[in-house]
Design a protein around this ligand. Structure first.
Ligand code: MN3
Length: 249
């Protein structure tokens, strides 16, 4: 892709952002933001996927998640997923015009020689775009309202839910994600390997936790359990509540 085409694409992303719908918390649902936006007209679709900016500074989640980890994780790891996704889609104009959700939901229709690249890098882009929004400075505590009630009803108590979700993250062998999803109208805890999204679980995400070593190794080394314990202090429950409300619709 030449530079002029790229710049044209980025200005269109800005235009798309203005029209994105926001929930009560100001959180923009992953399904409604720029390249995720299913309502964008075809000609408004950016020509290339881009890394969304972090909605806070690199050090905002200190001391639970350190600034260096956030910088490398967002700029380098997420950056690489986006670069490699765009590379995989080169020469496939039909696929470039699709949303990331449609690409991931329609993997079977993607040519076999790029299917794994789209699954891994497209999944990485989708998962991380959500992950950044599911954390905030001064987060943590317990969810209120409908989500809080639904968690207590599904898992017994918030503490029971936390223990079960943490176990899903700890028990995911190698690299992957722990998820709280809505499936068949009910809350469920599960996990995915690598960069597989909740689409593989047949559910919609409410919260997701990255348990790849790159998410915690600088500060917590091999002790994934300490990272998970710390992460509960930065969970953005307002964002999760918006996702829950959207998933129940
Ligand atoms: Mn990651």
């Amino acid at each position: 892709m030449n530079r002029r085409k790229f710049l044209a694409g980025t200005s269109l992303i800005g235009a798309g952002l203005l029209g994105a719908g926001k929930g009560a918390s100001g959180f923009v649902h992953a399904g409604t933001e720029f390249d995720f936006n299913p309502n964008l007209a075809r000609e408004e679709k950016p020509v290339a996927f881009t890394v969304p900016p972090l909605p806070y500074s690199f050090d905002a989640l200190e001391p639970y998640i350190d600034a260096k980890t956030m910088e490398i994780h967002h700029d380098k790891h997420h950056g690489a997923y986006v670069t490699n996704l765009n590379k995989a889609l080169e020469g496939h104009a039909d696929l470039q015009s699709k949303s990331i959700d449609d690409l991931l939901k329609g993997l079977d229709a993607i040519p076999e020689n790029i299917r794994a690249a789209v699954r891994n890098n497209g999944g990485g882009h989708w998962n991380h775009s959500l992950f950044w929004k599911l954390m905030k400075k001064g987060g943590g505590g317990e969810p209120k309202g409908d989500l809080g009630a639904a968690i207590s009803s599904a898992f017994g108590s918030f503490a029971d839910f936390q223990a079960k979700f943490s176990a899903a993250g700890l028990g995911r062998f190698g690299s992957g994600w722990a998820w709280l999803i809505v499936k068949d109208g009910k809350l469920a805890i599960d996990s995915t390997p690598n960069q597989d999204t909740p689409y593989f679980l047949g559910g919609k995400a409410v919260i997701g936790l990255d348990v790849w070593e790159h998410a915690y190794y600088l500060k917590y080394q091999n002790v994934r359990g300490d990272y998970i314990k710390a992460w509960w202090n930065v969970v953005n429950w307002d964002a999760a509540s918006d996702l829950f409300a959207a998933a129940k619709k």
